[in-house]
Ligand binder design. Structure first.
Ligand SMILES: Cc1cc2nc3c(=O)[nH]c(=O)nc-3n(C[C@H](O)[C@H](O)[C@H](O)COP(=O)(O)OP(=O)(O)OC[C@H]3O[C@@H](n4cnc5c(N)ncnc54)[C@H](O)[C@@H]3O)c2cc1C
Length: 335
């Protein structure tokens, strides 16, 4: 077995990679700080944020307010945009120097990209796309919960002999912690040795994604194959509830609605206060994306549909007349 770059005995502390864009921390970085705080406290270790960028002091303060004890800041103009080479080079140097025991990253496009590169350079293991994190008793081993084999199996994965033990976590899995602007913490600037010649990535164009962010919706009305291509009533119902429309993968695959609305294992994990699930059978690959919802209402014409095992309120009926009646009722109550 290839040994990792440093041993478990030499490793200490729990780190969260603080992904930022234009000096603003990504939501998943804040979510990881919330979960990281809980894990660090349970293990009696400090929670450290690793922040790379340029002009990111505000983000470092934001991280402390959200639970970090200590933020390591590496600033360089070459780190202003995310590039694999620059971020991997600098993060590897800092990790090898400080030797964290555990490193958590968001499973965003950049987080996934960096995590894979880092794991190879550090010769350690990476549990990707976790939907849960916990310590294995008092062993200090991190258990990453991952769904495998198309969602049929939930696996608990640990990295017993290599450090850092790394995991990426999907956005929306953990709740956002409440910030405390008075929280004390230490911001430490780390010197960066990065040469422009080391960066082989050239950014040709930046395209801003203007789609909806269903992970932040308080109310979701989700539709699947049962809506038969007609998302009109769901859109109207969601609008009246002040919510957003979500969908099963099949509805997206069929081109009925944009991929940015897909809920589930290969879509988004959401945590709305209310989700109304219409014409969706309730495969585990879908339900993993709504498990944290406050209230699940399911409308399905099949009384045996698995979604009813997850739902708090079950409506066994054709979804269209039910939505029509609910829409009429909401409109009646409006001024
Ligand atoms: C690796 C992998 C990853 C996956 N990732 C995802 C994912 O992220 N998200 C996801 O959603 N799926 C995912 N899937 C697919 C998943 O397994 C299911 O196939 C999918 O969720 C089914 O979509 P559905 O419920 O819309 O369709 P169906 O399973 O066809 O269900 C349609 C439902 O509509 C009901 N219905 C029909 N007409 C009406 C009506 N008029 N009124 C009320 N009810 C009606 C039916 O009774 C039925 O229960 C993944 C699969 C794999 C293998």
């Amino acid at each position: 077995m290839i040994p990792s770059a440093y041993s478990p005995e030499a490793a200490r502390g729990l780190w969260v990679f603080l992904e930022q864009e234009g000096g603003q921390l990504e939501g998943v970085a804040l979510e990881l700080l919330g979960k990281g705080r809980e894990l660090a406290q349970a293990r009696g270790v400090p929670l450290t944020g690793l922040l790379l960028g340029q002009g990111v002091e505000g983000a470092a303060r934001q991280a402390i307010a959200h639970g970090a004890d200590h933020v390591l800041v590496a600033e360089d103009p070459l780190l202003a945009p995310y590039t694999t080479d620059a971020y991997a080079n600098v993060a590897t140097q800092i990790v090898l120097d400080r030797k964290p025991e555990t490193l958590l990253l968001g499973a965003t496009p950049n987080g996934r990209d960096l995590a894979g590169r880092l794991a190879v350079r550090l010769r350690t293991g990476l549990t990707a796309d976790c939907t849960g994190l916990a310590w294995e008793g008092d062993t200090g081993l991190l258990l990453g919960e991952v769904s495998g084999f198309g969602g049929g199996v939930m696996a608990s994965i640990k990295c017993a002999r290599h450090r850092p033990q790394m995991a990426t976590v999907r956005p929306g899995i953990f709740p956002l912690p409440s910030p405390d602007p008075e929280r004390a913490g230490r911001i430490e600037l780390v010197p960066v040795s990065l040469e422009a010649g080391e960066i082989r990535t050239e950014i040709l164009e930046r395209v801003r994604h203007e789609g909806v962010d269903i992970t932040r919706a308080k109310v979701l009305v989700a539709g699947g194959r049962g809506v038969k291509g007609d998302f009109g009533p769901l859109t109207e119902f969601a609008r009246l509830l002040g919510g957003e429309v979500g969908a099963s993968r099949i509805a997206c695959d069929l081109g009925w609605i944009g991929r940015d609305r897909q809920i589930g294992q290969t879509g988004f994990v959401t945590r709305p206060k209310l989700v109304v699930v219409c014409g969706i059978s309730g495969a585990t690959q879908f339900t993993v994306g709504i498990k944290a919802a406050g209230l699940i209402v399911a409308i399905n014409s099949d009384p045996e549909a698995p979604i009813f095992e997850e739902a708090d309120l079950c409506v066994v009926d054709d979804l269209f007349p039910i939505l029509e009646a609910l829409i009429a009722e909401l409109k009646r109550g409006m001024p």
